[in-house]
Design a protein around this ligand. Structure first.
Ligand code: G3I
Length: 363
């Protein structure tokens, strides 16, 4: 999904901390504590079902400071029938997060995927659509008022040809569904930060240019848009340029928006080799470095806890190994590289770089 560029992450300098061999046992040290030293949130997408596995649950709470429900708050699951909401799974995830002092990122209120059929069957006019969007957003954000810090209000509204995506929402209302959804969310919880979330918009490219223009237009209309989510579902063989990612984050931040990395994973084709895992580790570390160095970006979420709970193999045959831990919950080189990147800067007391500086002790 990433744009192709001759300048890839591995060309931007490698970290000595990534030089682990596959055979080395890499301890889990608590990413959330390391990240907290920079006031950086480090989160994961979490599947409710998987929380019944004690090892999975233990890793979620010790490694991550934010939790994104991977599917449970999507329309299909939370609003499966007209007028009827299913709160159980979302509530359980929020409760888990609260009991482990984790923040929650709500995902996602308006998305063309995982939209139950009753929506398109019952909604045929702009008025009816906007009424339903308002009800859906107000009810859910209201239900979680004060418990969910950030919402992906709208997901993937730009298509890959850089226009607005041709969805039921857009067909019936143009971009009105966006202002309606953001305003309803803000009204339901004025403290929640509200995001537009999309993929292949991490670097400067035609799609991110389109997103940028859309954000400017929404802000000009006074829409309560607070941030953009750059998903970052990357292919190891098609990594974006890190300098372009940096410039892209900076231009969105210059609009006054927060910029979160919301769904990071770096998939590879075929069986992982130590060399491919090393390159993957460098790419993870390079992105962490960019986020630490860039104003306006203070949150990274990986899209899954371990390779055994990743959407990638299910959706892209012959691809996998995209996350920080393998299918047996063992830390990969990528994990060590992220730890190395965070530790390097925490430990370097003389570090006074241009971006975020350590602000506290490791806890
Ligand atoms: O709910 C059924 C369950 O009843 C059934 O037993 C099971 C059998 O496979 O399928 C379950 O549904 C699956 C669902 O995940 C929950 O596990 C769907 O088949 C599957 O298609 C769905 O995939 C999710 C996908 O979004 C849907 O579009 C992935 O888990 C989830 O990781 C993925 O996440 C998206 C983000 O929300 C938006 N950005 C892209 C990202 C990756 O595609």
């Amino acid at each position: 999904m990433a744009d192709s560029s001759p300048e890839s992450a591995q060309n931007e300098g490698s970290s000595p901390a990534t030089a682990h061999t596959a055979a080395q046992e890499i301890p889990l040290v608590g990413l959330r504590g390391l990240a907290a030293a920079y006031q950086l949130d480090f989160g994961a997408a979490v599947a409710f079902k998987a929380l019944s596995i004690s090892k999975y649950a233990q890793i979620v709470s010790s490694e991550f400071s934010t939790l994104t429900p991977e599917n449970e708050m999507k329309w299909q699951y939370i609003h499966p029938v007209s007028g009827s909401y299913e709160w159980f799974f979302g509530d359980q995830l929020v409760q888990f997060a609260q009991s482990h002092e984790m923040k929650v990122r709500g995902h996602t209120l308006v998305w063309h995927n995982q939209l139950p059929r009753w929506v398109s069957e019952s909604v045929t006019t702009e008025d009816a659509l906007l009424k339903l969007v308002t009800e859906h957003v107000s009810t859910i954000v209201g239900h979680y008022r004060g418990k969910i810090a950030k919402w992906d209000v709208a997901n993937e509204v730009i298509d890959d040809a850089q226009g607005m995506r041709d969805t039921l929402f857009y067909r019936l209302s143009g971009t009105e569904f966006l202002s309606t959804a953001f305003r309803a969310a803000h009204e339901a919880d004025a403290d929640a930060l509200l995001y537009l979330n999309d993929y292949s918009v991490e670097a400067i490219n035609p799609k991110s240019n389109r997103l940028y223009e859309l954000c400017k237009a929404l802000l000009a209309q006074g829409v309560p848009l607070h941030g953009v989510g750059l998903q970052a579902h990357w292919d190891l063989d098609d990594l974006p340029s890190m300098s372009s990612v940096r410039k892209n984050i900076e231009r969105f931040a210059a609009l006054g928006l927060k910029v979160d990395i919301t769904e990071l994973d770096i998939r590879m084709k075929g069986a992982p080799t130590p060399e491919r895992l090393r390159v993957q580790a460098e790419a993870y570390a390079a992105l962490v470095r960019v986020v630490l160095d860039t104003e306006g970006s203070d949150s990274i979420t990986v899209w899954g806890v371990d390779d055994g709970h990743s959407w990638v193999p299910q959706w892209m045959s012959s691809y996998g190994s995209a996350l920080l831990l393998d299918g047996k919950y063992r830390a990969k080189q990528a994990y060590a590289a992220v730890v190395g990147e965070l530790s390097k800067q925490v430990m370097a007391c003389s570090y006074f770089g241009p971006g975020r500086e350590p602000v506290g002790e490791i806890r």
